[in-house]
Design a protein around this ligand. Structure first.
Ligand SMILES: NC(=O)c1ccc[n+]([C@@H]2O[C@H](COP(=O)([O-])OP(=O)(O)OC[C@H]3O[C@@H](n4cnc5c(N)ncnc54)[C@H](OP(=O)(O)O)[C@@H]3O)[C@@H](O)[C@H]2O)c1
Length: 236
């Protein structure tokens, strides 16, 4: 029986990262650590904030080392970092950056963290993917591909890590009330998209955080290799 669970949230400064940290804090029984691109923001729910910029794969091992050096054990890891760039597919040049930050960088850091912590308490890993991984959203070529790759990697890791007692799941939010949505989807397009959502509203960051918290807990002890949509029904 674990008294206090240590959770690392990669991308803890984002809308969803903050919501997940707040939800864990309100549940109690968690020590929360986080990373952000710059590693300099003050967040009072955290025990420590580390710098982890996922845009350069060659520097990831060195950055993750700061976490490995200070933390002897970790029970859960959430990858809530991410980047969204949009545009007409034949004109965009952002695919390499999106694949690096949303997929390769996540995978590289996840593998380093798993190698250390799989025998030091690690029970649950959660990747925040996106409904764009499986929906055909125009204008999101690199983003959708990076999230689809993440879902696939999550399933492979779940299969390989199951025997070691580590569960790996993805959570795929749809349209959530957030800066990311407001910065990339104009109000008219948001209204159009509402028609695709069964529940006729955007999701709240706390509604994603609840599912992530469940996946980190023993309540979900028999769930692994899943991609759980939190999208009000948008993906159907
Ligand atoms: N918001 C939505 O409606 C929605 C829907 C579907 C999926 N998602 C996914 O959910 C996740 C979180 O979304 P969000 O709305 O919370 O996004 P957000 O507010 O833009 O936060 C993004 C987070 O990622 C970090 N980040 C950005 N570039 C990075 C890099 N190069 N290296 C390391 N970290 C980097 C940011 O760190 P800094 O603060 O240091 O920049 C921040 O912590 C993303 O993966 C996103 O794709 C979101």
């Amino acid at each position: 029986m674990i008294d206090v669970r240590k959770i690392l949230i990669v991308g803890v400064t984002g809308t969803l990262g903050v919501a997940i940290a707040n939800k864990l804090k309100s549940e109690g029984g968690y020590e929360i650590f986080g990373t952000s691109k710059s590693g300099i923001q003050e967040i009072d729910t955290l025990q420590a904030l580390y710098k982890l910029d996922l845009s350069d794969n060659s520097s990831i091992e060195e950055q993750v080392y700061a976490i490995l050096k200070e933390q002897d054990e970790l029970h859960g890891i959430v990858f809530a970092s991410g980047l969204l760039k949009t545009g007409f597919s034949l004109l965009t040049k952002s695919e390499p950056e999106l694949l690096q930050v949303n997929f390769l960088g996540v995978l590289t850091s996840c593998k380093i963290l798993m190698r250390k912590y799989m025998n030091k308490g690690l029970k649950s890993v959660v990747f925040i993917a996106s409904s764009s991984a499986t929906n055909s959203d125009g204008g999101r070529l690199g983003y959708s591909a990076s999230k689809a790759a993440l879902v696939s990697a999550g399933q492979t890791l779940a299969r390989e890590m199951g025997g070691k007692g580590v569960r790996v799941n993805c959570v795929s939010p749809g349209l959530i009330e957030s800066k990311m949505v407001n910065d990339t989807i104009d109000p008219m397009s948001q209204l159009d998209l509402l028609n695709r959502i069964f529940l006729k509203r955007l999701g709240k960051p706390s509604e994603v955080a609840s599912v992530v918290t469940y996946l980190l807990s023993d309540e979900s002890a028999y769930i692994t290799g899943q991609n759980i949509a939190v999208d009000g029904g948008m993906s159907w």
